[in-house]
Design a protein around this ligand. Structure first.
Ligand code: NAD
Ligand code: IPM
Ligand code: MN
Length: 365
């Protein structure tokens, strides 16, 4: 049997709840395809701060780097919100993305027909939406220097950050996005703020010049403020979007609401080589943590992305995705995607229903 080592990083809040469910689905779908997993669970985020005093222990990063793929729940919570920057759970997340070199974050937002009613948008606007946001993940304002706190010439306290992109950082994410668009509908929209920001001016210049390597791709450019509006006005105009770290963060949360809930959106973060990092786009949802209310589908779909992009196990990935679709067809909904006429279930029960459908699949094309 093919065997892979998987590092599980449950994290904080609803993270452990959704990772537990996704782990079982991953195991079963793998087993049915003759794939075996060796799981090791490690601490990061607030859980690691409480146990070791750091948000990303060296042991966690080393384990992640040595494994075939990493599945992360979510990190963060009220308890650590006022910690200093280097002692924030979020800092641990940025460190592991950087440590694994996963510069390309793929965030698909597809409206499933079963969930059209869960979207806050009109049916005719949401129906059929299928967008892939390619977010640059290890550069930009999240990592740029100088950053910090200081004092201005009036003696006033200031906080400052720097948006920096180099040619090589722009080129590698743009190439990933062109390739992704090529496997989709061949349309790529690059989102920036090139009317104001130098980092965006360079971004647009590079993306434009790389387009000659991809003559089959229809490239367009849009300012981020317009893109935020167009995503709600007419989301079907988009196929693949490529954008920087912070715009990608914001636009992918916005795009999630087209699909009904942030609890549905998975992601895959990949680099040139080494293990990929797979995580739902949502956070630790402290408002519903510990109540068995979280939607585990984003993490289950992240496990499908792990199988596809992380391990090349396409058949097992399809099994997981088909099971999610079938579970929705069977009418099961967590609170965030509930609509009248469906069956309201908790996180665990949703997981059990997905497992049942994985089990009942005989073969998947
Ligand atoms: P959030 O995504 O955690 O929650 C936003 C809203 O969406 C909440 O009402 C929450 O209940 C709901 N929600 C999120 N995931 C859900 C799910 N699976 N099922 C049902 N409802 C869901 O964002 P936030 O409240 O801004 O942040 C909370 C904490 O999470 C913060 O500490 C933040 O830094 C952290 N965070 C972590 C990640 C990550 O680990 N990748 C991502 C975003 C935010
Ligand atoms: C996400 C989160 C993170 C980000 C935070 C928690 C650092 O919002 O994964 O989308 O901004 O990238
Ligand atoms: Mn985010």
């Amino acid at each position: 049997a093919r065997s892979y080592s998987i590092t599980l990083l449950p994290g904080d809040g609803i993270g452990p709840e959704v990772v537990a469910v996704a782990k079982d689905v991953l195991s079963l779908a793998g087993a049915l395809e003759g794939v075996e997993f060796r799981f090791q669970e490690k601490l990061m985020g607030g859980a690691a701060l409480d146990a070791y005093g750091v948000p990303l222990p060296a042991e966690t990063l080393a384990a992640a780097q040595a494994s075939d793929a990493v599945l992360l729940g979510a990190i963060g919570g009220y308890k650590w919100d006022n910690n200093e920057k280097h002692l924030k759970p979020e800092t641990g997340l940025l460190q592991i993305r950087s440590g694994l070199g996963v510069f390309a974050n793929l965030r698909p937002a597809a409206v499933l027909p079963q969930l059209v009613d869960a979207s806050t948008l009109k049916k005719e606007v949401a129906e059929g939406v299928d967008i892939m946001v390619v977010r640059e993940l290890t550069g930009g304002i999240y990592f740029g220097q100088p950053r910090g706190f200081g004092t201005n010439d009036k003696g006033e306290d200031i906080g400052f950050n720097t948006e920096v992109y180099s040619v090589s950082e722009i080129d590698r994410i743009a190439r990933v996005a062109f390739e992704v668009a090529r496997k989709r509908k061949g349309k790529l929209c690059s989102v920036d703020k090139a009317n104001v920001l130098e980092a965006s001016m360079l971004w647009r210049k590079r993306v434009t010049s790389l387009a000659s390597e991809f003559p089959d791709i229809e490239l367009s450019h849009m300012y981020v403020d317009n893109a935020a509006m167009q995503l709600i006005r007419n989301p079907k105009q988009f196929d693949t979007i490529v954008t920087n770290n912070i715009f990608g963060d914001i636009l992918s949360d916005e795009a999630s609401m087209l699909t009904g809930s942030i609890g549905m959106l998975p992601s895959a973060s990949v680099g040139e080589s080494g293990p990929g990092l797979f995580e739902p786009i949502h956070g630790s949802a402290p408002d519903i943590a510990g109540q068995d209310k979280a939607n585990p589908l984003a993490t289950i779909l992240s496990a499908a992305m792990l199988l596809r992009y992380g391990l090349g196990e396409e058949n097992a990935a399809k099994r997981v995705e088909a099971a999610v679709t079938e579970t929705l067809n069977n009418g099961f909904r967590t609170g965030d995607i509930y609509s009248p006429g469906t069956t309201l279930v908790g996180c665990k029960r949703m997981g059990e229903e997905v497992l049942k459908t994985v089990e009942s699949q005989s073969a998947v094309a």
